[in-house]
Design a binder for this molecule. Structure first.
Ligand SMILES: Nc1ncnc2c1ncn2[C@@H]1O[C@H](COP(=O)(O)OP(=O)(O)OP(=O)(O)O)[C@@H](O)[C@H]1O
Ligand SMILES: [Mg+2]
Length: 506
């Protein structure tokens, strides 16, 4: 009736005055947080999402009607208050009311991006006298808590870079990802306990040192170089690190990156709280800066088939990528590397001596971790994990054998794993002992063979030397005879001269 009877201007004036009068008597302040703000049609407001998370854990058991939202890619389910629900919260003894609501526009937009045009929002209501505490402290508390809950409940991801050629087009993504679910942890990782503790402390210290890094003027990142023979747990350790710190992993395949510019783009597109890992850095590209010397090294490679294969792979992969050593150095600690924070950069390699010293100097790769063949300490962790054994009478034999053989933790683990339902701890340990004995015997035979080859080489060298000596002495001898012959010839000449009776002193 009011609308029909009075013209618009009168209605506006009346509303204005009513609001004024109400605001004098109404003792509450209201703040609304909309789901979509301003021009952002696709992305939900960060504040709204944080509040949703906060309320879902702090108030969802109090609200009677809940709504389940499945977060992007079915990662998790978030329970939030249903529309028009109200819950209360308390902060420093102050009572706060949260209501969820939505506004429905009277006219539908011509082009609607979202299915419906309802605008959801949360309304926060509190008494006017608490305005300062709520706006300055409570809101920050809600946003921080919401963010922390999101980090805790999020599913971590394992990213890999797409080939540079596939970056263009409407579905432009540099990284593809899957949910990261590797079971490796520092508990299951077999290595010397002292070394393990050292790495654990280092990682935990890093994750808590945000302010320290700021104070000393360093960007908040740390480099790890993991090196050792194949099957010693380098990749497992990267997974354990990610599980410990709850970071995402970016597995960077350098050979798919076209050039240094693309490498930089990839770096910018990574998020904080992540590990950027480049596996087998020595085979990824020719980053050693020793390309010219390679020909000279070929003899060494002939002896070592693993190295030879690595070199061949490297040559094959190298084609098509123009990433250079300096590009990679810039990637690790250039100006662009400071974008984002809380990041670990991990390199793994089988041949640490092949890497350019500039690449692995401290500051770039701050911590060098060697993962080596299985020792008794490592074995004990594996026995606990695989067979639930803390001690056994066969342990002493195994300890003795491990001291004289080089077996990787991967091989030991394989032997310890039961292969049939009849297998038990003793049979698995015996299997391991048998393998160790075999390895020992193989190593002995190899040593004998090596010694034989060495002895043969030395013998042939000796023969070569003595032949050279003989040739030298022959040559010397030849020279001496020639001289003597020359002298004789001279003498003959002299006598001739005498005989002829011409100027004898000539
Ligand atoms: N130190 C270890 N602790 C526990 N398990 C290990 C360890 N080392 C190896 N393994 C086992 O062996 C398998 C291979 O290990 P991993 O892939 O981590 O080796 P790697 O050092 O990365 O080898 P490569 O140099 O060939 O990449 C793993 O799946 C794991 O089960
Ligand atoms: Mg590996």
């Amino acid at each position: 009736m009011f609308r029909q009877l009075f013209p618009d201007e009168v209605q506006r004036d009346v509303r204005k005055y009513v609001n004024k009068v109400v605001s004098y008597v109404y003792p509450f302040v209201e703040i609304t947080f909309h789901e979509y703000e301003g021009d952002s049609w696709f992305e939900r407001s960060k504040a709204f999402v944080s509040i949703e998370r906060y309320l879902s854990t702090n108030s969802s058991n109090r609200a009677k009607r809940l709504k389940a939202n499945v977060v992007k890619d079915c990662e998790s389910v978030v329970l939030s208050m249903d529309d028009y629900e109200e819950v209360t919260d308390e902060f420093k003894g102050i009572k706060i009311w949260w209501t969820s609501s939505k506004s429905i526009p009277q006219q539908r937009a011509l082009f609607s991006y979202r299915g419906d045009e309802e605008k959801r929002y949360y309304k926060l209501t509190f008494k006017r006298e608490h305005r300062d505490v709520i706006t300055k402290n409570y809101l920050q508390h809600v946003l921080d808590e919401g963010k922390a809950i999101a980090v805790k409940t999020r599913q971590r991801k394992l990213y890999t870079n797409n080939k540079s050629e596939n970056w263009s087009g409407y579905k432009r993504t540099m990284w593809s990802h899957i949910i990261f679910e590797h079971p490796s942890t520092f508990d299951t990782l077999a290595m010397d306990p002292k070394k393990k503790k050292d790495i654990l402390d280092d990682l935990m210290m890093f994750s808590k040192s945000k302010d320290y890094y700021k104070k000393v003027g360093k960007s908040w990142k740390r480099g790890y170089l993991l090196y050792g023979p194949p099957g010693t747990g380098k990749s497992s350790m990267v997974a354990a690190m990610a599980n410990l710190l709850e970071y995402d992993i970016y597995d960077l395949e350098l050979t798919s990156v076209k050039d240094n510019t693309d490498l930089r783009k990839l770096l910018i597109d990574t998020s904080s709280k992540s590990i950027i890992v480049i596996e087998d850095i020595d085979c990824s590209l020719d980053l050693t800066g020793q390309r010219k010397e390679k020909k000279e090294e070929s003899k060494e490679e002939e002896k070592d088939p693993v190295r030879k294969k690595v070199e061949e792979d490297k040559d094959k992969k190298n084609k098509g990528s123009e990433v250079t050593l300096s590009g990679l150095l810039n990637f690790i600690d250039g100006l662009w590397s400071a974008c984002g924070s809380e990041r670990l950069i991990v390199f793994t390699t089988n041949f640490v001596d092949k890497l350019d010293p500039a690449l692995i100097r401290r500051g770039r790769m701050d911590k060098h971790i060697e993962l080596s063949y299985c020792c008794f300490e490592t074995f004990k962790v594996l026995a606990k994990n695989y067979l639930d054994l803390e001690s056994h009478e066969l342990f002493s034999t195994i300890s003795r054998l491990l001291e004289v053989t080089n077996m990787t933790p991967a091989d030991v683990a394989e032997n310890l794993m039961p292969k049939s339902f009849e297998d038990n701890a003793a049979s698995c340990l015996n299997k391991l002992i048998q393998s160790l004995e075999n390895a020992k015997e193989e190593a002995r035979l190899k040593a004998v063979e090596d010694a034989r080859i060495k002895a043969e080489e030395e013998a042939s060298k000796k023969i070569e030397k003595s032949e050279e000596k003989v040739q030298d002495s022959d040559a010397k001898l030849g020279n001496g005879e020639q001289k003597k012959a020359d002298q004789d010839a001279d003498k003959v000449q002299v006598t001739d001269v005498k005989e002829n009776g011409v100027t004898m002193h000539r």
